[in-house]
Design a protein around this ligand. Structure first.
Ligand SMILES: *Cc1c(COP(=O)(O)O)cnc(C)c1O
Length: 364
């Protein structure tokens, strides 16, 4: 079952698998982009050709994610990690409190950054259950008139995900780094959504920020320019040199998914893919233990453990020999993590499930 170009099944958590068709198109245009006479990597970001690339990338992303007209779509740098700081710097007003729902390692990093800026309230801390569950929003005690509520829709390291869009009375902010584009999302429920490109949208180097227009007016008058959403919005993501190549690639990825059924089709494929692996876990009679409780299971990062460190290492090694790469769990959790983002093929999930069955039969 050899893959095109002898590629392996890449289960890496990010950067990760991109659609082969997108890589082929980028290869086609690598040395001379559509007759312009140079590569996208070499082009001025102020050139007509590049302006077209950026405008198309934004437009296709808007269409794919069904972004309402009263939101800006920005391509920034600094990763999702810079958003951990930019959000409180711009929106955590003095005298107010920001509520954080922490269901994993990324949410923890987000609140740590906010704590350097102002007052926060940890309205849910998943540490007690070792980040294996997500709460229901209606069970949480939010701060009345909070500056905003922040949560992480999919915790990439622990493999727990909120399914569906929650609502709150005030401004809802979501780190969608590892599940953006993976299912239909009602953007109008959110004040701000952000995501690093390198999991579901393209290569590393860009962060997509989708921000409702009225929030821009709330940025304090004196803000460092590079941290000021208003400036980035006013300049159409061209306040300074943008990550040109990454934005181009994100554009190709959006176009590819628009041409193959949009987010509804992506979501249906993702569900089938995730089910394939979770079934292998559940059918193993306890040989594999899923990390997340059932209702919080991630469709993007399937996390599970084996009985011992030795078994885990043998599993990773045997899988690699079969062309399955990147399965070792994050160092903070251990075990196995299969990251199966939008571009990851179903055949890879089937190959992993088959291997899991055989490995359990041999070692159980
Ligand atoms: C990967 C990831 C981040 C960090 O992204 P960087 O681009 O490396 O800063 C933050 N949040 C989530 C949910 C992630 O998966």
């Amino acid at each position: 079952m050899s893959q095109p170009y002898d590629r392996v099944f890449n289960f890496s958590a990010g950067p990760c698998t991109l659609p082969v068709e997108v890589l082929e198109e980028a290869k086609e245009d690598l040395l001379n982009y559509k007759g312009v006479g140079m590569s996208v990597m070499e082009m001025s970001h102020r050139s007509k050709a590049y302006e077209g690339i950026l405008a198309q990338a934004e437009s296709d992303l808007r269409t794919l994610l069904n972004v309402p007209y009263n939101y800006k779509v920005l391509f920034l740098q600094g990763g999702a990690s810079l958003q951990f700081s930019m959000i409180p710097l711009c929106f955590l007003e003095a005298g107010k409190t920001a509520d954080y729902i922490v269901t994993g390692a990324w949410g923890e990093k987000a609140i740590e950054a906010a704590n350097l800026v102002g007052s926060t309230k940890l309205v849910y801390d998943g540490k007690a259950n070792n980040f294996s569950d997500v709460p229901k929003f209606e069970d949480l005690a939010f701060t009345p008139d909070a500056a905003y509520v922040h949560f992480t829709s999919n915790e990439t390291i622990h493999g727990v995900e909120f399914h569906g869009d929650p609502s709150v009375d005030g401004t809802l902010i979501c780190d969608m780094s590892s599940d953006i584009m993976s299912r239909p999302v009602d953007i109008s429920k959110y004040g701000l959504v952000y995501a690093g490109a390198q999991k579901n949208m393209g290569p590393a180097g860009a962060t997509v920020v989708i921000i409702r227009d009225d929030l821009l007016a709330k940025v304090p008058a004196k803000m460092h320019p590079i941290l000021d959403y208003r400036l980035h919005a006013k300049n159409g993501s061209m306040y300074n040199t943008p990550p040109c190549w990454t934005i181009y690639m994100c554009g190709l990825v959006s176009k590819h998914f628009l041409n193959t059924g949009g987010v509804e089709a992506i979501a249906a494929r993702n569900l089938t893919k995730a089910k394939t692996i979770y079934q292998a876990i559940d059918a193993s009679g306890g040989f594999y233990k899923g990390h997340a409780v059932h209702h919080a299971r991630s469709t993007m990062n399937v996390t599970f453990t084996l009985g011992s460190e030795d078994l885990t290492n043998a599993f990773v090694k045997d899988a690699e020999a079969l062309g399955m790469d990147g399965l070792k769990g994050h160092r903070s959790v251990g075990g196995i993590r299969a990251s199966i983002y939008n571009a990851f093929p179903l055949e890879g999930c089937q190959a992993l499930a088959n291997f899991m069955n055989e490995f359990a039969a041999k070692n159980g």
